[in-house]
Every structure is written in structure tokens, then in C-alpha cells.
Design a protein around this ligand. Structure first.
Ligand code: APR
Length: 171
């Protein structure tokens, strides 16, 4: 599996699936969620409504409507409190569930946003370690994506993700 950190607006990427940092009501919001809904059009909100929400740490999949991607995987990251309320396990589950859904839907390429790294306040370096470890640790099996992009919108997130991936690849 090829894993890369890239700087991009995730709504522009031509990949099989993009992973949205959603909320548990799948009700849309600001940040990357707002950008994805704005670019995908009204169909995405309708599809999300029909799903009836998603618990923290889990993921759901919808078509991507007007986006260049084929699917949107909506995962709900934890709100960071102090790191002692299960936040790391919940964030790990976001990556695991999203990779499993991508595999089940035959997605060869998947682009993740930096789940929980915005308004949910997860310390970026810790979140980046979880993202990199979970993606690289995906058990091999039928249909697992061959290309995974970890998408950062801007610094300092980009630099932190790049360093964490480089460290992991040299150990
Ligand atoms: N493309 C890629 N990344 C983006 C984009 C974009 N267009 N817009 C923002 N980001 C980045 C942010 O810079 C941040 O690093 O996505 C990361 C995640 O930030 P948030 O979108 O704030 O997500 P999160 O911290 O998980 O909070 C989720 O925000 O909007 C609400 O409905 C959403 O309630 C949920 C909460």
C-alpha cells in the first residue's frame, strides 16, 4: 500500500472515496464537512439524513454526488477533552471502520481528512500518529485500498503529518 501526505482541498481529489470528518448527526457543519457538502450538492445531505446518524468512532458511506470522488465515507471523530476519555481508541476506530468500508466497496484509492484535528481539538501530532499507524497497519485482505492519501489543508498540520509519516517509514 502506498501512503502519502498531500496538501489539498479534499473536495477536488479524483479518488474512489474521500473521508469526511462528520458529526454524529451527519447533519453537515463547518470545516471539511461544510466544504464537502457544499461541493457535493443537496443529494449528499438527503443521503446523510436517510442514514440516521453515526456513533463516534464508526463510519458510514454515501455516493459522492457532484464530487469527482465516487463515495464519501463519513466518520465521526472524538472531541478531544484530555486524552483520558477514550479519545485514542475512538480515533483509531474511525480509521479502521473507514478502511473496512472502503475495502468492502472496492475503493482502490482513499483520501482521509485530518479527522478531529480542527474544531474537535485533537492534538495534531497524536492524531497523525494514529492515522499513519492505523492505515499502515490495515490487515491485508481482499479489496484493501492500494493508495491512501492523508490530506492536510494547511500548515502546521501538513508539516506535522509529513514528519510523522517519514518517521514511521524509516523505522
Ligand atoms: N479539505 C481538506 N481538509 C480540510 C478542508 C478541505 N476543504 N477544510 C478543512 N480541512 C481540515 C482542517 O484544516 C482540519 O485540519 O480538516 C481538518 C479537520 O477539521 P474539522 O473540519 O474542523 O473536523 P473535526 O475537528 O473532526 O470536527 C468535526 O466539525 O464541521 C464540523 O460537522 C463537523 O461537527 C463536526 C466537526
Amino acid at each position: 500500500m502506498q501512503v502519502q501526505v498531500v496538501q489539498a482541498d479534499i473536495t477536488t481529489l479524483e479518488v474512489h472515496a474521500i473521508v469526511n470528518a462528520a458529526n454524529s448527526r451527519l447533519a453537515g457543519g463547518g470545516g471539511v464537512d461544510g466544504a464537502i457538502h457544499a461541493a457535493a450538492g443537496h443529494g449528499l445531505m438527503q443521503a446523510c439524513r436517510e442514514l440516521g446518524g453515526c456513533p463516534t468512532g464508526e463510519a458510514r458511506i454515501t455516493p459522492a454526488f457532484d464530487l469527482p470522488a465516487r463515495f464519501v465515507i463519513h466518520t465521526v471523530g472524538p472531541v478531544w477533552v484530555d486524552g483520558l476519555r477514550g479519545e485514542p481508541d475512538l480515533l483509531r476506530n474511525c480509521y479502521r471502520s473507514s478502511m473496512a468500508l472502503a475495502a468492502r466497496h472496492g475503493c482502490e484509492s482513499v483520501a482521509f481528512s485530518a479527522i478531529s484535528c480542527g474544531v474537535y481539538g485533537y492534538p495534531v501530532e497524536q492524531a497523525a500518529r494514529i492515522a499513519v499507524d492505523e492505515v499502515l497497519g490495515t490487515p491485508s485482505g481482499d479489496g484493501i485500498p492500494s493508495r491512501v492519501l492523508l490530506v492536510c489543508f494547511a500548515e502546521p498540520t501538513l508539516g506535522i503529518y509529513r514528519r510523522v509519516l517519514a518517521e514511521r517509514q524509516t523505522t
